[in-house]
Design a protein around this ligand. Structure first.
Ligand SMILES: Nc1ncnc2c1ncn2[C@@H]1O[C@H](COP(=O)(O)OP(=O)(O)OP(=O)(O)O)[C@@H](O)[C@H]1O
Ligand SMILES: [Mg+2]
Length: 1012
């Protein structure tokens, strides 16, 4: 049997292609990887005319020199020459290994080529572009759109010009001066491709500047530890070696810089370069150049001359030669001499790029330097330990400082320091950066460029992480890639399962190496008998995942799904299983293989996500339900029997999530699909939802007609014995009861709803029913004490959903139990927020405001009502908005802000549906109060009388009492106490009938005032 290197499946001997994934089964079939590389195209200008004029022998020689020169330059910068075609050349940076600075390397090479070609008396056109390609692992041949764009850029360049694409520009922008040029039209691309002309390359600038803009945040312990180490070097006059280790961007160099700023010691800094010729002693020559005359520094030493000549040999200022030991000795003398004058810190940054010779030198000096207050401060990424596993092993004079991510709160401070983005964006950045300050900076920079929205991962960070992953050995790499399939958290078992059979045995060792290299960390296992891990950073997981070819992703997701199912059986969460099957399908579609198997995957994923969506909806998790159901309905085929009911459910969740227009669209689709499938119950259900939304969003819909439609539907559905649909229709009736402030109707409909919902086993509808009952008990004629007992009982059956607790809160306030009211309201709100029920949450503001008014604290109600009004307006939910606006008007009136109060009554008037009895009454009586204050007697009297007339149609006792009180206030403001008295007495009687204690007391006081 031969095992496929691509997917791990066994295949019969002699087969040429894998039966499972169709990859070629050559002994060492190349494994493909996706990676972001930088491609360079270069061509000579007018070389044909050159051929006309030049002797062929000369020409041949010239071309040979050109080719050789080109190759040398490209290779010096780490590029791979992919091909020469005549005078044109193509090179790739990122093959076989990606570097974080590939783009800059390519641009540097291009710049040198430009100059070299000029020296040959020729001119070149160069195009450079960065983008995703597919490459054989370890091979050079790359394919992808990025290559075509690079070629096109080269063709578009003028003689002697270097054009770079957008990606390249983003990656090198701090190191070049460049102008945008007109975007290039490209075959097969709908949009023109942006391009930049590079005018100048700035020397010695890293690809993207790490500007020190933000004040330094946190790291107190680390600084203190470094300061202690320095103090020890000074006290004991002996060298100390401290090494700061951590992943890219975590803040190592910045920490060193902070230490330098706080110290009196002399500081010399050298940085190792990631590539280049003769770079072994580069950091030391940087140091020497900070000193000026070395000989003068060494003057006091007897070996001065010798030391100086060895140093000169190392940094290339003299032609003399010296062995590495001799050079090390020379620098030891130099540092000793300097430190004896004044305590000295030598910073060596990025020593993970150091040549072994330099590391030896550092260790030698730290061990042998004598009588010298010297701190050798080294900075490295964890890769250092691959080079030198024993670096900084514990010794008296050696310190290792590992930098961990900044805590969340400090990351937040950093974001604030750097820019002022919205709280939402800030939270997203803090979350995505996970305590890495460089990621914070780059994410913020990206944000200001593209504006608020989905966070994208900046190219700079992608390049950094891809570079780290690309440096892993092939086996570790295939382990980390497979791990990325499960997600941020993964298990050893799944990785082993996804690896080709022959690679499984080594998985444990490779995982431990990855832990040591700080890519992953041990995590909590969620599967019995397995080990859990987590990626050190979500972006590392994403980078590993991105490097997998899509065809392989498709296979691995599918295999993961089967594996998970085999582990957990029926316990496997539908969401998770559905997600992996969905991904398997999606990548197949992206690659154009929508065959029978793909269709089967879609159906399976759709059913799984549908089940998860239904459960989320039943829990009341509308936000979650919407996302799951959207995916499910997109996956299932048009003719699937479940589709109509899923669409109906999606419509409901969408509306509850606060998006009325798209909810309506979905519900109409649901009705059409249900009608086509002959599912009458589903069709009626969706229609009821549609009517409910229309009532809420476009005033003028006739509640009477809707009620008639509902009644007809009830007759039809009772015959069909469709309890689920019946429940929905009864809910519609209940909603019409609300609209008319007819709590008798609400009470009846909600008890029928409860019965149907129980029969159909739909907890969500039961919750609605209980809330309806609670509302009927709260607002209808039942006395408060009695209502409290009954609502508390009903609530006990739904401890999770806390059904009707907001109404209970109001009942407590009616009874004067404010503390109980606050507590109940707090719980109720938390549940709504958690479940993403925006509209419902806005609805709570009404009860909340009434409670505040009963407690005599109108100022507390204002912000709540304003926030609710905003949500409702955004959602297009004018029905509820009219009540909120009216109540806000009342609150403002009581706060003495009549102008604004009048404004909001006009708002309410505009938004009030014609049959919304409560809102019709209250905007009128509240406007009447405002007018009465202004002395507009006639209009005030008319409106208050109309308002009272409206509210008398309802059985909402509190509202009746309040409208009467408003009318009485109007009369009193107009100096008609005599007429006010009977109105107030009636209000008192209504309050007493219900048992609203605070209102009873207030009304009694008012009556006493009038009598006095
Ligand atoms: N504690 C901090 N407070 C404020 N800004 C910070 C802090 N730490 C780091 N930064 C900023 O984050 C960016 C990255 O930090 P730094 O360059 O020190 O990372 P590094 O660990 O040296 O990364 P590399 O390994 O890539 O060199 C810099 O712009 C730095 O100024
Ligand atoms: Mg650094």
């Amino acid at each position: 049997m031969q095992v496929c290197a691509q997917c791990g499946r066994g295949n019969p001997e002699g087969a040429r292609f894998c039966n499972a994934c169709a990859a070629p089964l050559a002994a060492e079939a190349p494994v493909e990887v996706r990676k972001t590389v930088t491609v360079l195209f270069c061509d000579l200008v007018g070389s044909t005319t050159l051929g006309d004029r030049t002797d062929p022998e000369l020409l041949r020689e010239l071309m040979a020199r050109y080719h050789a020169e080109l190759r040398t330059i490209l290779e010096r910068h780490g590029g791979t020459v992919e091909k020469f075609v005549g005078d044109a050349a193509m090179a790739v940076f990122g093959i076989p290994h990606v570097h974080e600075d590939d783009a800059l390397r390519a641009v540097r090479a291009a710049d040198e080529i430009r100059a070299a070609v000029e020296r040959l008396g020729l001119e070149a056109r160069i195009g450079v572009n960065t983008g995703e390609v597919v490459a054989g692992n370890g091979e050079t041949l790359v394919t992808g759109d990025a290559v075509n764009v690079a070629a096109r850029l080269e063709q578009a360049a003028n003689a002697g010009e270097l054009l770079v694409g957008e990606g390249t520009h983003a990656l090198v922008r701090d190191a070049v001066r460049a102008d945008p040029v007109e975007a290039l039209a490209l075959k097969g691309k709908p949009e023109p491709v942006p391009a930049y002309r590079v005018l100048e390359l700035l020397p010695d600038i890293p690809a993207f500047a790490r500007t020190i803009e933000a004040a330094f945040v946190g790291r107190d312990d680390e600084l203190e530890s470094l300061e202690r180490t320095l103090a020890r070097a000074i006290d004991e006059r002996s060298p100390q070696l401290a090494t700061i280790v951590g992943p890219p961007g975590i803040g190592k160099s910045r920490l060193a810089r902070e230490l330098i700023q706080r110290t009196q010691a002399r500081v010399l800094v050298g940085r190792c370069l990631s590539y280049g010729e003769g770079i072994t002693y580069w950091p030391l020559s940087e140091i020497v150049s900070q000193l000026g005359d070395v000989q003068a520094v060494l003057r006091a030493d007897e070996d001065a001359k010798l030391a100086a000549s060895r140093i000169a040999a190392a940094v290339g200022t003299a032609e003399t030669a010296a062995s590495s030991e001799e050079i090390a000795w020379g620098f030891r003398k130099l540092f000793e001499a300097l430190a004896r004058e004044q305590p000295l810190i030598v910073v060596l940054d990025d020593i993970h790029w150091a040549e072994p010779t330099l590391l030896d030198l550092i260790e030698y000096i730290s061990t042998f330097a004598e009588d010298a207050p010297l701190l050798l401060l080294c900075i490295a990424r964890p890769d250092l330990f691959e080079l030198r596993p024993a670096w900084a092993t514990p010794k008296a004079s050696t310190t290792l400082l590992t930098l961990e991510p900044l805590p969340e709160q400090e990351t937040g401070i950093l974001v604030d320091e750097l820019s002022d983005v919205s709280d939402e964006t800030k939270a997203r950045i803090v979350e995505a950066a996970e305590g890495n300050p460089l990621f914070v900076e780059q994410l913020l920079a990206m944000q200001t460029e593209v504006g608020d929205g989905e966070l994208e991962i900046p190219l700079t960070i992608q390049a950094l992480l891809a570079g780290r992953i690309d440096r892993l050995g092939p086996e570790e790499r295939s382990v980390i890639e497979r791990a990325s399939i499960e997600g941020r958290l993964f298990h050893r078992g799944s990785v082993a399962e996804l690896l080709p059979e022959q690679a499984r045995a080594g998985v444990g060792g490779h995982l431990m190496t990855l832990v040591r290299k700080d890519f992953i960390r041990p995590g909590r296992s969620q599967l019995p008998g397995d080990d859990g891990f987590r990626f050190g950073h979500i972006l590392i997981r994403d980078a590993a995942y991105d490097s997998l070819p899509k065809r392989l992703r498709a296979q691995l997701h599918e295999r993961f799904a089967s594996w998970l199912e085999s582990k957990l059986g029926n316990e496997t969460p539908d969401e998770i299983l559905g997600y992996h099957v969905e991904q398997a399908f999606r990548y197949r579609v992206e690659l154009g293989t929508e065959d029978a198997h793909a269709r089967e995957l879609a159906r399976r994923a759709g059913s799984l996500l549908a089940a998860a969506g239904r459960r989320a909806h039943a829990r009341g998790d509308d936000g979650g339900a919407r996302l799951l159901l959207e995916r499910a309905t997109r996956l299932l085929p048009e003719a699937h029997p479940e589709l109509p009911s899923l669409l109906a459910l999606l419509g409901t969740s969408t509306y509850e999530g606060g998006d009325a227009p798209s909810a309506l669209e979905t519900l109409q689709r649901a009705q059409a699909a249900a009608a086509a499938a002959g599912q009458r119950g589903v069709e009626l259900r969706a229609r009821m939802d549609e009517l409910a939304i229309l009532r809420g969003t476009s005033p003028g819909q006739e509640a009477a007609a809707a009620l008639a439609e509902a009644e007809a539907a009830i007759v039809e559905l009772e015959q069909l014995d469709d309890a689920e649909s019946l429940a929905r229709v009864w809910r519609a009736v209940m909603e019409i009861g609300f609209l008319r402030s007819d709590y008798g109707l609400v009470g009846e409909a909600s008890s029928r709803l409860l019965e149907c919902a129980r029969r159909a086993g739909i907890r969500r509808e039961e919750v609605w029913a209980v809330r309806g009952l609670a509302a009927a008990l709260t607002y209808g004629p039942s006395p408060v004490e009695d209502a409290i007992v009954r609502v508390e009982q009903a609530l006990a059956d739904f401890p999770q959903e806390r059904a009707g607790e907001d109404h209970l809160a109001l009942l407590y306030a009616f009874a004067g139990r404010y503390e109980d009211a606050e507590r109940a309201m707090g719980r109720s709100r938390r549940v709504r927020i958690e479940l993403g029920q925006e509209i419902d949450h806005a609805g709570l503001s009404l009860d909340l405001a009434w409670i505040a008014l009963l407690a005599g604290q109108p100022e507390r109600a204002e912000p709540e009502l304003r926030a609710a009004a905003e949500v409702l307006e955004r959602a297009g939910e004018v029905g509820l908005l009219s009540s909120v606006a009216a109540l806000l008007a009342d609150v403002l009136y009581r706060l003495g802000r009549e102008e604004e109060a009048g404004e909001w009554t006009r708002w309410s008037e505009r938004a009030t549906p014609p049959e919304d009895v409560g809102a019709q009454a209250s905007w009128r009586t509240i406007r009447a109060k405002v007018l009465a204050r202004r002395g507009e007697a006639e209009e005030a009297l008319r409106l208050s009388a109309e308002g009272v007339e409206w509210i008398r149609r309802s059985d909402h006792l509190q509202a009746i009492g309040d409208c009467l009180s408003d009318q009485a206030e109007v009369l009193r403001l107009l100096g008609r106490d005599d007429e006010a008295r009977p109105v107030l007495e009636e209000a008192l009687a209504v309050y007493e009938r219900k048992g609203i204690v605070p209102s009873i007391e207030r009304t009694r006081t008012l009556l006493a005032e009038i009598k006095a």
